[in-house]
Each structure stands twice: as structure tokens, then as C-alpha cells.
Write a protein that binds this ligand. Structure first.
Ligand code: CTP
Ligand code: MG
Length: 168
């Protein structure tokens, strides 16, 4: 596989984990409606348990499918599942950190935060996945460069499909 294609193949579970909560969207917010000491919500109603667990499951399942298609890329199913889980968990945690920061800045749920929305999930996913399977510096830079465009296109699609109220 070409290195750039390989990088996209590697990160796919993180993309799915980041995007699938919009389909799963649950009711119970992860902060249980609680407020931070600044009087604003800790995370907000956009981060639910169902979305989080659904994202974790979807991302890990994608890695299992990827293993069936390219077993040599992963070496073993165990590695593929661990990588898929780490990428998904990282993507979801990165998204939560993003929401926490947005709430601290007084931004309401769904408000676009350029940079945070596109890179937060990616960076934490890359950090958690790194010990399981590494990418080259060039591949990491490539993902940092293309992810905002992919994120943007995926959100427009989700909006057109009626899954999201706002196209960002
Ligand atoms: N979602 C969810 N649980 C998560 C993440 C997302 O249920 N852990 C669902 C919510 O319905 C959310 C939608 O997916 O509104 C889109 O996700 P995202 O853009 O990350 O959330 P926002 O609504 O923009 O909220 P925030 O401002 O906190 O990012
Ligand atoms: Mg959003």
C-alpha cells in the first residue's frame, strides 16, 4: 500500500468513531446534566453515553472488517482490534475534551470551534494508537493536513442526510 493511503486506512476507525455518534445519539448526557464550577455544563447535551459507546463499538468493528480485507497490514486480528479500540477511544475522548474546552469558553452545544472540532479527536486518537502501531512523521503530518477537509465533507453529508441539524 502507498504510504498516504496506508495512513488513511490506519486512521479509518477514528473517523468512524467520531462520526457514528450522530447516528446513535442517545439521551443520557455523559455529564448527567451537571455543571462545572463556572456555572456552565461540564460537557453539554451533545455528548451522550449511547453516542460514546456506539462510537467505540463502530470503530472497533471497522477495524475487524479492515483486518479481513488486509490481514498483512495488521499482522494479527488481536493487533487490529487493539488498534481499532485505541483509535476509537482516543477519537471519542478527544471529542469530549473539545466539548469541555468549548463549554469553558462559553460556546453553546453545536457551536463550531475551528481547529478543536477537526484536530482534537485526531490528535488524541493518534496518541493512544501510537504504542500499538506507529506511523511515520510524514504520515502523521498528512493526516493533520487532510482531516479537516474530510471532517468538513462528512459533516455536510450528515446534514444532507438529515442526521445533523447543522452542516458543521
Ligand atoms: N453525539 C452523542 N454522543 C457523543 C458525541 C456525539 O450523542 N459522545 C451526537 C449528539 O447528538 C451530537 C452529535 O452527535 O449533537 C454531533 O456530535 P458533535 O458535533 O461532536 O457534537 P455537538 O452537538 O457539536 O456538541 P459540542 O458543541 O459539544 O461539540
Ligand atoms: Mg459539533
Amino acid at each position: 500500500m502507498k504510504p498516504l493511503l496506508e495512513a488513511l486506512w490506519y486512521i479509518l476507525p477514528a473517523y468512524f468513531a467520531n462520526a457514528s455518534p450522530v447516528v446513535f445519539k442517545g439521551k443520557t448526557p455523559m455529564d448527567f446534566g451537571r455543571k462545572f464550577r463556572d456555572g456552565r455544563r461540564i460537557l453539554g447535551d451533545g455528548k451522550t453515553w449511547r453516542g460514546f459507546l456506539g462510537g467505540l463499538l463502530t470503530g472497533t468493528l471497522i477495524a475487524a472488517i479492515q483486518y479481513c480485507l488486509t490481514p498483512d497490514f495488521y499482522g494479527s486480528l488481536d493487533t487490529a482490534l487493539k488498534l481499532g479500540f485505541a483509535l476509537s477511544l482516543g477519537a471519542l475522548l478527544g471529542d469530549l475534551i473539545g466539548s469541555f474546552i468549548k463549554r469553558r469558553m462559553g460556546m453553546p452545544r453545536g457551536y463550531p470551534a475551528v481547529g478543536l472540532d477537526q484536530w482534537g479527536f485526531l490528535i488524541v486518537a493518534l496518541i493512544l494508537a501510537y504504542p500499538i502501531k506507529t506511523l511515520s512523521t510524514g504520515q502523521v503530518l498528512f493526516l493533520l493536513a487532510v482531516t479537516p477537509f474530510i471532517h468538513w465533507a462528512a459533516n455536510i453529508l450528515a446534514h444532507k442526510l438529515g442526521w445533523k441539524n447543522v452542516p458543521w
